[in-house]
Design a protein around this ligand. Structure first.
Ligand SMILES: [Zn+2]
Length: 784
């Protein structure tokens, strides 16, 4: 079936939250036309004057056209729901906007359509609304036809595009536009908030500039909207020309922490990268979604590297993307980057750290192997060859192979089609290095596996690159090895285990990322039983007076995790370490130091009562506390006063999302577990954005004093969570992060619960969570 265009008119009742729709689809088909439709009440379908029969089967609307070439018209009605996908209502204050989120397969909730990424078409969208409202869509408004108290807003035709990238927003928006060449860069918010968009708008303009030059293709729509949506399940969504964000991912004010500001820039850049890679050229099918996501993730770091060099973005990249993916991919219950996808449920569950983080890390690895210029040349060619159309990963590898003259296809298929990743053992033996690879599993089990690994080594100060595609390889070094390191700057997606050469690594010049790699790997070895706890502690001791942002942040994360599962073993060291870091950080003023200081202060409030009591006094003047200290002050206040009511009052008074999250986080940190229970119950009321309930559950899980309560609460309220996040795929990831912690000491009970209580769209996260639980439980018992 071929579709030329859709002409869609929506008549929206903004107050009663319903709409009627008429879509005229110009198409050609060899047999009965099959459209997708969910939750729509189909009134009639006509070909010209003639009504045709149709039947609905699941999400398919089968129209008895027979072979057909012409315009099919569907008249229908639908409702604007309270869910977070499809076309839904996002409330704020005492008002609301109507907004859409269609990825992956939800456009069918607004219009009957062929809801597949490879069936691209032009869209002409018109919406009838009350005259005081504003409408936003992918394209600029072409005309407005007044009709008494109502008006018809007609948008310009879109270019050929996929359904999942459509957008429609209706409400009272406040807008601010700046020009970038021929492009209008507009931010849109609910009233009163547009003044908080300066940072994002500036970032967006610079990023568009960057991409136009990197891709060598101009941004082709006349405008781009950045829209702050009051309630939004995702961080952001790249709808072509109308990107949606949750408010905390777009709005920046004097109260915004440095960490959040960095995050905002990253999200804005990520969504803009998609305007070309994803929107202009789209994957043929969802099994290549990873390519679109990982590419945008990788490119966002490239832009930041260029616009904010002092943030040293590749340090954040390895910590967030590479490490996040490795923590997920070390389980038996993982999946290859590329997986066959059939149903919408399956699609949502693969928007995970493997799609984003592992894919992005593999792209970084392949770029390092090919060189930046050959990589860029390949990307440009791929985009211009497939503009306004679709392509597969294979087509990209072929292009890169041509531009670089290297074996891209073979390397990529080794990494994309194989689950997991290798551990490289590096053994020094009299003037020789013996390299060995096998699959790394956090359970400690050993499993053979061979990946085509671009390996980098530095021996006695000299760099070597080899492509290792067997399980063992010997490197003749010619002379005695005095210093040694492998996987330089962690461009390779593998762990390194030094055998008989542990000390040689400390004779090398180690970058911040190299140091991070050693610490990160050590923790994986501790969890998998490959490293003894005293050896791990010996390693951490080396860093007690270290000052590098990245390894110190990593150690702080690890200690904070250990504090959750084995507080008594780590408590003294953790306090000494964090105290020492806080002192060292007083001297530093760069932005990464501010981010680190925030993390260190937060953690110290949980383990140092004296610090907590002192900091808590600042809560009186909470409004004037510097943004990077606000979270710690709120936590300290909760820990040392147990004063639920004052925190709740501050929450109610605040109108910044970030601040509300800080206060809610503090309200899960009480030592008195019944207060945490009160917070969890509060998270289900209308006073808390639906998007944030999951976060409150996660932070409560991290409070060692509240784990029993959190587990009980979860069992009672699991149905409500299911209802709240239906169709978003969010619960799967939530279970993966909470089960391994909440289940410690009650493995069988938890297994039994989830055997009994099935949650089909979270099945992946639950089973991976249960697998990880066994590892955490084992470590907790060994440290008890
Ligand atoms: Zn994305």
């Amino acid at each position: 079936m071929q579709i030329t265009n859709y002409a869609l008119t929506i008549d929206m009742d903004f107050r009663k939250l319903k709409f009627s729709g008429r879509v005229r689809i110009k198409l050609r088909s060899e047999h009965d036309v099959v459209l997708n439709s969910v939750g729509l009440d189909i009134q009639s379908i006509t070909l010209g004057e003639k009504q045709v029969d149709f039947k609905q089967s699941g999400e398919e609307l089968i129209v008895q056209t027979g072979p057909f070439d012409g315009i099919l018209e569907v008249n229908y009605t639908g409702t604007i729901t309270d869910s977070l996908v499809g076309i839904y209502r996002a409330p704020y204050d005492h008002s609301q906007i109507v907004t859409t989120h269609f990825e992956a397969a939800q456009a069918r909730r607004m219009l009957p359509c062929v809801d597949r990424p490879d069936v691209k078409a032009e869209f002409r969208i018109a919406v009838k609304i009350d005259k005081e409202l504003t409408a936003i869509s992918n394209m600029p408004i072409e005309s407005v036809v007044p009709d008494g108290e109502r008006k018809l807003v007609i948008f310009q035709n879109t270019p050929r595009m996929s359904t999942y990238l459509l957008y429609l927003g209706v409400g009272k928006f406040e807008e601010q536009t700046e020009k970038l060449g021929k492009t209008d860069v507009t931010v849109a918010t609910t009233p009163g908030k547009v003044k908080l968009c300066g940072f994002s708008q500036e970032e967006a303009k610079k990023a568009i500039d960057f991409f136009e030059s990197y891709y060598a293709i101009p941004y082709e729509l006349p405008k781009i909207h950045l829209i702050a949506v009051p309630e939004f399940a995702m961080g952001a969504m790249e709808n072509w020309g109308a990107i949606t964000f949750r408010e905390s991912a777009l709005l920046v004010d004097a109260n915004t922490s440095t960490r959040t500001r960095k995050r905002v820039a990253e999200i804005v850049d990520h969504e803009l990268a998609h305007q070309w890679f994803g929107n202009l050229v789209t994957m043929k099918w969802w099994d290549d979604i990873w390519l679109s996501e990982s590419f945008a993730t990788f490119m966002a770091s490239k832009v930041i590297d260029s616009l904010h060099p002092d943030w040293r973005v590749w340090e954040d990249f390895v910590r967030n993307e590479t490490a996040g993916a490795m923590e997920r991919d070390c389980l038996k219950r993982t999946h290859p980057i590329q997986v066959p996808v059939k149903s919408p449920d399956e699609i949502e569950q693969i928007f995970d750290q493997i799609s984003y983080g592992k894919g992005a890390s593999i792209l970084r690895m392949i770029e390092a192997y090919l060189g930046q210029d050959a990589f860029k040349k390949g990307i440009r060619q791929y985009l211009s060859n497939h503009a306004y159309s679709n392509a597969t990963g294979d087509e990209l590898w072929n292009t890169l192979e041509t531009t670089s003259n290297k074996k891209v296809q073979e390397i990529m298929s080794g990494w994309i089609q194989q689950p997991g990743y290798p551990m490289l053992t590096v053994e020094a033996r009299e003037g020789k290095l013996v390299l060995h690879q096998e699959r790394f599993l956090i359970s400690g089990d050993s499993e053979k596996g061979v990946w085509p690994m671009p390996i980098t080594l530095e021996i006695n100060g000299n760099s070597h690159s080899i492509l290792m595609d067997s399980s063992e390889q010997i490197v003749d070094t010619g002379s005695p090895i005095k210093s040694l390191k492998a996987n330089l700057d962690r461009t390779g997606f593998y762990l390194v285990r030094y055998v008989g050469s542990e000390d040689l690594v400390w004779n090398s010049r180690l970058s911040a990322i190299d140091q991070w790699g050693i610490v990160f790997d050590a923790f994986a070895f501790l969890l998998s039983g490959k490293m003894a706890f005293p050896d791990y502690m010996k390693l951490l001791n080396r860093f007690i007076t270290g000052v590098e942002y990245l390894p110190i942040h990593e150690i702080s994360d690890q200690l904070s995790f250990l504090n959750t599962i084995a507080r008594q073993r780590i408590f003294d060291f953790s306090r000494t370490f964090h105290r020492s870091q806080l002192d060292l950080l007083r001297e530093k003023t760069d932005e990464n130091a501010l981010v680190l200081r925030e993390a260190v202060s937060n953690r110290l409030t949980l383990i140092d009562d004296a610090y907590s009591r002192e900091l808590a006094t600042k809560f009186r003047d909470y409004d004037t506390v510097p943004p990077d200290l606000k979270q710690a002050v709120a936590l300290a206040y909760a820990r040392s006063t147990e004063d639920y009511d004052s925190l709740l009052a501050a929450y109610r008074k605040s109108n910044s999302d970030e601040d509300k999250i800080r206060l809610l986080t503090a309200m899960t940190a009480f030592t008195n577990a019944s207060l945490v229970n009160q917070t969890l119950n509060f998270s289900l009321t209308t006073e808390v954005k639906r998007q944030d309930t999951r976060l409150i559950l996660v932070t409560a899980t991290w409070n060692p004093d509240a784990q029993n309560i959190a587990w009980k609460w979860l069992q009672t309220n699991i149905g409500k969570l299911e209802e709240r996040y239906e169709g978003t795929g969010i619960l799967s990831g939530t279970f993966l992060s909470i089960i391994p912690i909440l289940g410690i000491g009650r493995v069988e009970e938890m297994k039994a619960f989830f055997t009994e209580r099935k949650i089909p769209d979270s099945e992946v996260g639950i089973s991976a969570g249960l697998e990880k639980l066994l590892v955490y439980d084992r470590l907790a018992r060994s440290l008890a």
